[in-house]
Write a protein that binds this ligand. Structure first.
Ligand SMILES: [Zn+2]
Length: 431
């Protein structure tokens, strides 16, 4: 019943889906204290008498459910047993009230992910296995749901969440931030980011909001985060309409080692506010994930190249579009570099330990460049656009992508993908 993805053992339960999460949180940054009240609106995928919910390091005080017989919390699972079997397709709700000091979910292969305290505030960095660190969920990447968030914090704090801001309610010295995510979202892509921020809206046909410390400005900021409306316009042109209602970038006052991807929301440290290509490319990378990774999401983690290869290729496209090095130059550069590294990583199943290895990103991007070389520009961009338009809100596999490419380009591309994705040696780039 539990454990649905070999890269993230023990997480998720394939016997039911959650259609909607209603997430109500209170957070005190000074004490890192979280109180949660979360309702899962569930649907049985098979006749169901018992189910598992993922929750790590937080204590459930009360659980209510339709037809509840009993529940227990053991390790990172809350087990719920119902009085009678719910038939396939049957709907029921489970409500959990819980609290504690949130942290990360550890993993030998994947490292730590989840809730992280900042110097003054907190962030969620949940990819791939950290969602249970802050809310009870069915932690499968292929299980998407809609969400509402209501997060209460001391009124000097700003809450950004992976959804659209609906309203704020003030009550005494606290402020409650209401967000809604109407597009289906995998739980690892849900996030709340809390800090002393101000919001500024960057003009453009698709709104881009930057949530950052009030003093963040200057040429470095303009060159990286200020470039987002131009990036947005270009990606809309290349990949099709932006898949969500809005897009927010949080810039934390603390430096962060890497940016974080969540649905309609990306998070960076202020160290990325520079005109250095290493910053600019990551601002483009996280934005591109909204199409590739968030709107269209892998079914199994072994297909992570469908996210990272695409977002990396988007960096190269933005490089060319913004008058820097061309995508072709980047492809040749990284092809040469990969050729000098051990060819012992299988792109289509890199292992949990190596799923975020840079070779997944670069070989994934090179696979797309090779595809582009074979099918030509027109078919290539049609492939990308229809891939998103046909699968937005859904979950996909590499086999789906190979079939999709074959159909759009009207040619058999299985050999190309076999060599790039399922064999170890690095193929030559098509001339
Ligand atoms: Zn990425």
């Amino acid at each position: 019943m539990t454990g649905t993805d070999p890269y993230v053992p023990g997480h998720g339960d394939s016997s039911y889906d959650v259609a909607h999460y209603d997430v109500v949180l209170k957070y005190r940054p000074s004490a890192n204290r979280l109180d949660g009240d979360v309702t899962l609106h569930c649907r049985a995928r098979q006749p169901l008498l018992a189910l598992g919910i993922d929750l790590h390091g937080l204590q459930v005080a009360k659980l209510t459910a339709d037809g509840l017989a009993r529940w227990s919390q053991r390790g990172s699972k809350v087990m719920v047993t119902l009085r009678s079997t719910v038939q396939q397709g049957g709907e029921f709700t489970v409500r959990l009230r819980y609290s504690g000091h949130p942290g990360t979910v550890p993993s030998t292969e994947l490292g730590d992910a989840g809730w992280e305290e900042l110097t003054d505030g907190a962030i969620v960095a949940a990819q791939p296995h950290g969602a249970p660190a802050w809310f009870p969920c069915n932690d499968r990447p292929d299980a998407k749901a809609t969400y509402t968030f209501a997060v209460t914090v001391p009124s000097e704090y700003y809450v950004a969440a992976s959804g659209r801001l609906e309203r704020t309610d003030r009550s005494g010295s606290t402020l409650t931030w209401h967000y809604q995510q109407r597009a289906p979202m995998a739980c690892y892509l849900a996030a709340v980011q809390i800090g002393r921020y101000v919001a500024r809206d960057l003009p453009g046909p698709t709104p881009v909001r930057v949530v950052a410390p009030s003093d963040l400005d200057g040429p470095g900021y303009q060159a990286s985060f200020g470039a987002q409306p131009a990036m947005m316009a270009y990606f809309v042109d290349a990949f099709g309409p932006y898949p969500f209602e809005d897009y927010t970038t949080v810039v934390t006052d603390d430096d962060l080692e890497i940016p974080l991807e969540s649905q309609s929301l990306s998070t960076f440290g202020r160290n990325f506010a520079t005109d250095d290509w290493q910053s600019v490319r990551l601002v483009a990378h996280e934005l591109a994930h909204q199409w590739f990774g968030n709107a269209v999401t892998l079914t199994r983690w072994k297909d992570i190249w469908l996210h990272e290869g695409f977002a990396c290729y988007a960096e190269w496209l933005w490089s060319e579009e913004s008058g820097r090095q061309s995508a072709r130059d980047w492809a040749e550069h990284y092809h040469q570099k990969l050729a000098s590294l051990p060819a012992d990583l299988l792109l289509g199943d890199p292992s949990a330990e190596l799923m975020f290895d840079d070779r997944v990103y670069k070989r994934g991007a090179l696979t797309l460049h090779a595809l582009r070389g074979v099918v030509g520009d027109r078919a290539f961009f049609e492939i990308l656009q229809t891939w998103v338009s046909q699968h937005s809100g859904g979950s996909v596999t590499t086999a789906d992508f190979v079939a999709h490419c074959g159909q759009v380009a009207d040619q058999d591309l299985s050999e190309l993908f076999e060599a790039w994705v399922y064999e170890l040696p690095l193929p030559a780039l098509p001339g």
